[in-house]
Design a protein around this ligand. Structure first.
Ligand SMILES: *[C@@H]1O[C@H](CO)[C@@H](O)[C@H](O)[C@H]1NC(C)=O
Ligand SMILES: *[C@@H]1O[C@H](CO)[C@@H](O)[C@H](O)[C@H]1NC(C)=O
Ligand SMILES: *[C@@H]1O[C@H](CO)[C@@H](O)[C@H](O)[C@H]1NC(C)=O
Ligand SMILES: *[C@@H]1O[C@H](CO)[C@@H](O)[C@H](O)[C@H]1NC(C)=O
Length: 224
């Protein structure tokens, strides 16, 4: 009825992840993926990035970091900050705030280790959450948004989502092939329970209600 389209662009680091011919994967901290150009002219843009930055070992999506076209080594936090700065610069240069509202959705928390989602059927009561994502990275996001020229509305959903330990698919998730877990797999929650993604309908609908509410208000002045 409203000729509205919703598009989803997947780029978990915001910056460019490139696979070379020899199959090494470089995370280019100062380059944005070309597909971002396709978002120009949208009425509303909602960005986010998060726990892919914290993956280690086999789960880490990149083999090395690059900056100015050269391989670099640095701590995860510094890399995260450089990437966020590159994103912020892109937004400030490319987005026309009179045409496009920009949102940044805060980190979507996982429920692993101490607060494991398996078998949970009630939200955590406030005050007992062990944050699953480094506070230092959250601070880097907030600092970068504050320093931007473009008004960016921060959708601060991290804490309210931390409470929803019961809202993950757990052993009712699907495999990479898109199939439900077998009974045998469901009996091995340590291996198979998905405590990162969310059930739908569910918590992401709450994020959308908050997004809609923010859309009805004038943009804030990055007063995080
Ligand atoms: C719907 O939106 C597209 C993209 O903005 C536009 O090209 C098209 O003319 C619109 N259609 C109607 C019926 O308004
Ligand atoms: C893969 O290629 C890149 C350049 O394209 C090079 O920097 C890197 O050292 C190569 N890695 C291996 C393991 O050969
Ligand atoms: C999970 O819940 C089921 C059913 O209530 C129970 O049999 C099982 O022991 C629980 N497992 C854990 C690890 O709490
Ligand atoms: C985000 O929300 C939490 C509570 O839900 C609050 O403690 C925190 O200060 C908020 N962060 C910002 C930057 O507003």
């Amino acid at each position: 009825d409203y000729n509205c389209s919703v598009e989803f662009f997947w780029s978990p680091f915001l910056v460019k992840l490139e696979t070379k011919i020899n199959r090494t994967r470089a995370l280019k901290l100062d380059q944005l993926p070309a597909m971002l150009q396709r978002t120009l002219g949208a009425d509303v843009l909602v960005f986010n990035t998060g726990h892919w930055w914290t993956h280690t070992g086999k789960l880490r999506a990149w083999d090395h970091l690059e900056r100015n076209g050269k391989m670099v080594e640095m701590e995860g936090e510094e890399a995260f900050n450089i990437a966020l700065r590159a994103w912020a610069k892109w937004v400030d240069h490319s987005i026309d705030p009179s045409r496009t509202r920009v949102f940044f959705r805060s980190v979507s928390p996982e429920h692993k280790s101490v607060n494991w989602c398996y078998n949970q059927t009630f939200p955590i009561s406030a005050g007992t959450v062990a944050p699953g994502f480094p506070k230092s990275l959250v601070t880097i996001v907030e600092r970068n948004i504050k320093s931007m020229r473009t008004p960016v509305t921060y959708l601060n959903i991290t804490h309210l989502s931390e409470l929803r330990i019961d809202a993950h698919p757990s052993v009712y998730t699907i495999t990479r092939e898109g199939k439900p877990l077998t009974t045998e797999q469901q009996r091995q929650p340590l291996t198979y329970a998905d405590c990162s993604h969310w059930c739908l309908p569910g918590l992401p609908d709450t994020w959308n209600v908050l997004l809609l509410d923010s859309l009805m208000r004038p943009p804030s002045n990055n007063s995080i």
